[in-house]
Design a protein around this ligand. Structure first.
Ligand code: ATP
Ligand code: MG
Length: 423
């Protein structure tokens, strides 16, 4: 037997019946981006492997375990993008966007690739709405980014939104905290998992978001970074919290929220929604003032967020949010007999040329079967051509909802339909 193909593990087809959800989410993303003054950028789906190694960072799960990397036929090392930010920053530098008014505000929508263990809400190909604001240190920009993520999710119908927020300091103050954290962890070395022991070497802050149950009591009593911030980072965090308070946004300072790499600075946040816990955040973001330098550009601050669209679509479905239906065609063209068919084929084409959404009957079927098909398509009118109609230079038009039928002259049909459909 021939091989039966399936979509590769961790990937899925977005079928026609799913598109009303996806279109709703994508058009909401574009709408929100416009309201906040963000413009679209599309970067390649693959980039130099080293861009991600530097831009995402060695010691992260993404770089260590999850990248789809390959050598192409020209022996160039490439990687399917596992996230947007590195590519967008590469484009910012490559196109000299620092000469534009700052901050430069950009968004992208598209697929990403991570070799993860597939499970609910976790795939190997997934999609994000990703937003970056580049070139300003102002905490008002962190607030803008967070508000944008919130408004996007709120307008999609998510309930019980709240922020988790933290500051991860900067290369000036973070080392003091990392030292204290390591000392604390060394005192509890027997109580932590093997992964954490490795993290302590490579990326110590990451011990704080370890999901292993065994490590939870250790995490709960760990020193907190907010007690170690330098003046600049503390003031930045205070300003952000002032804005959040003034806007009446619910937030929790979550000491476990970290990024763990030197170019992630100051703000980190997640948006949580009712029914979605820490394991399943829909949106994550933060500031990365050292990232552009890390990938070879001039020192440039930046802040952004990414929302996982699969998780958004899952939530919309599970909360029963109504999304606009895919539009149905307006007209179904039916025929009886060979001569009528020839004319029907041309008539459907003429209606489409005039932008009347039209579907045509195919094959040889009785009128009943064809009308049943018209019903399934959800059209407003069925136009029926039979031998008799053709002789008289007419067509029968059936209004599907009432079943009422009228005779319309062949020459008048286009105007007749346009009047009723566009009127
Ligand atoms: P998680 O903790 O769930 O692994 P993350 O920290 O890896 O998330 P980010 O890299 O910050 O996530 O990406 C932002 C968002 O992208 C996440 O909040 C989530 O909605 C989505 N996302 C991340 N990885 C996947 C995946 N493998 N499949 C589907 N969505 C994903
Ligand atoms: Mg992850």
């Amino acid at each position: 037997m021939a091989q039966q193909y399936k979509a590769p593990r961790g990937t899925f087809d977005i079928l026609p019946e799913d598109w009303p959800y996806w279109n709703y989410v994508i058009s909401k993303a574009r709408e929100i981006a416009e309201i906040y003054g963000y413009r679209e950028i599309e970067t390649p789906i693959f980039e130099s492997t080293s861009l991600f190694v530097r831009g995402v960072g060695e010691g992260t799960d993404i770089v260590d375990k999850e990248m789809y990397s390959f050598e192409d036929k020209g022996k160039t090392d490439l990687t399917l993008r596992p996230e947007f930010t590195a590519g967008v920053m590469r484009a910012y530098v490559e196109h000299g966007m620092h000469t534009k008014p700052q901050p430069v505000k950009l968004f992208s929508i598209g697929p990403l690739f991570r070799y993860e263990r597939p499970q609910a809400g976790r795939f190997r190909e997934f999609h994000q709405f990703n937003v970056e604001a580049i070139g300003s240190q102002d905490p008002a920009l962190d607030f803008e980014i967070m508000s944008m993520a919130w408004q996007f999710l709120e307008e999609l119908g998510f309930k019980g939104l709240s922020f988790q927020v933290n500051s991860t300091g900067c290369p000036k103050c973070r080392p003091g905290y990392v030292k204290a954290l390591k000392e604390y962890y060394m005192q509890h070395y027997d109580e932590i998992c093997e992964d954490d022991k490795r993290r302590l070497e490579r990326n110590p802050l990451r011990v704080l978001d370890c999901k292993n149950p065994k490590c939870q009591p250790v995490i709960a009593n760990a020193p907190r970074i907010t007690d170690y911030l330098c003046d600049e980072c503390r003031e930045h965090f205070e300003a952000l919290r002032r804005y959040l308070d003034a806007a009446g946004k619910r937030y929790t300072v979550n000491h476990r929220l970290v990024r763990g790499l030197d170019y992630y600075t100051k703000t980190v946040f997640e948006v949580w929604a009712e029914g979605i816990g820490a394991q399943n955040a829909v949106c994550g973001g933060g500031r990365y003032d050292g990232l552009v330098e890390e990938i070879g550009g001039p020192p440039t601050p930046g802040v952004g967020f990414a929302v996982g669209l699969e998780r958004v679509v899952m939530m919309l479905k599970s909360q029963g949010v109504k999304v606009p239906d895919a539009p149905s065609p307006s007209v179904f063209v039916a025929y009886l007999g060979n001569q009528a068919k020839d004319e029907a084929v041309m008539l459907a084409q003429k209606l489409r040329a005039h932008h009347i959404p039209t579907v045509l009957s195919f094959g040889k079927r009785g009128l009943k079967g064809q009308l049943r098909n018209a019903n399934r398509w959800g059209v407003k009118y069925a136009v029926i051509l039979g031998e008799e109609e053709i002789e008289r230079g007419q067509v029968t038009v059936r209004e599907m909802s009432s079943g009422e039928q009228v005779q319309v002259g062949r020459e008048e049909l286009l105007g007749w339909l346009e009047e009723r459909l566009n009127g």
